[in-house]
Design a protein around this ligand. Structure first.
Ligand code: CIR
Length: 255
């Protein structure tokens, strides 16, 4: 299952950290988001599309509100104050599917900073996520067999702007934003020159959902035998969002 949320009509007032504000075409953003949901369905997900939250400009980026594990879901406490209220409805949507744990103040955590690689959980120490969140994650996840590591990211919003998992034991990364050595022993696909935002891919089983803009990096993925389904994500990219940000993929037992 994939949880999504329709685009807020106030998306133009989104948080921005590394990008200059440019006008976002709301109708176009909605169309692209609908197409993204259709892609998720094509990849076999039941899409639970939550209604728009008109007063929460960034609420389409549901990834930041929770982190899903097989055993539990961690409800975050987003680093941007304007985004904190997004978690309430996400917690309610997840309650039927997972035991819930909550990140508590003064810790802050954005889901976009969490990269799970099997039982290894990397947490980006970014402008949104602090080391107290790493400690709380360790307390929740250590006893059930995960190791949790805080890692530095520089020059980008979230850890998953810099690196994502694209196949078993394979990461796609922009080595300017994260140390390559963190992924020692794994296969690494680097983003192509001139495509710094190309490291964010959404893996759904054996395929990655991927922005159509990054043709050179896409070629690199395909050369590795990785299946790629492209989607036009250009409007929400102006809000500093990528393809992982717009969904929470939940493996539903028995489905
Ligand atoms: C923000 O700055 O919070 C939003 N404008 C973009 C969030 C993108 N989320 C993500 O990368 N996980």
């Amino acid at each position: 299952m994939a949880i999504t949320r329709r685009v807020s009509p106030r998306i133009g007032e989104c948080e921005l950290t590394h990008l200059a504000r440019t006008p976002i075409d709301f109708a176009r953003a909605q169309e692209q988001h609908l197409a993204y949901e259709r892609c998720l369905e094509t990849l076999g997900c039941d899409v639970l599309s939550l209604p728009a939250e008109p007063d929460l400009p960034d609420s389409v980026f549901v990834e930041d509100a929770a982190v899903i594990f097989a055993e539990l879901a961690l409800i975050t406490r987003p680093g941007a104050e304007s985004r904190r209220a997004e978690t309430t409805s996400i917690a309610e949507a997840l309650r039927p599917y997972r035991a819930l744990r909550f990140i508590k103040p003064p810790a802050t955590l954005d889901g976009g900073d969490v990269l799970r690689l099997g039982r290894r959980v990397l947490v980006g120490l970014s402008s949104r996520t602090n080391s107290l969140a790493v400690e709380q994650m360790r307390a929740n996840l250590g006893p059930i067999g995960y190791t949790v590591e805080g890692v530095q990211v520089h020059g980008c919003l979230h850890l998953k702007s810099a690196a994502t998992e694209v196949a078993d034991n394979t990461v796609l990364l922009n080595a300017a934003w994260i140390e390559r050595g963190i992924f020692l022993g794994m296969d690494v696909v680097e983003t192509a020159p001139g495509e710094p935002f190309a490291a964010n891919a959404l893996r759904v089983r054996d395929v990655v959902l991927y922005p159509s803009t990054f043709s050179e990096t896409r070629r690199r993925l395909e050369q590795r035998g990785i299946g790629v389904m492209t989607v036009d994500a250009s409007e929400l990219a102006k809000a500093e969002g990528g393809v992982t940000c717009c969904s929470l993929v939940v493996e539903v037992r028995g489905a």
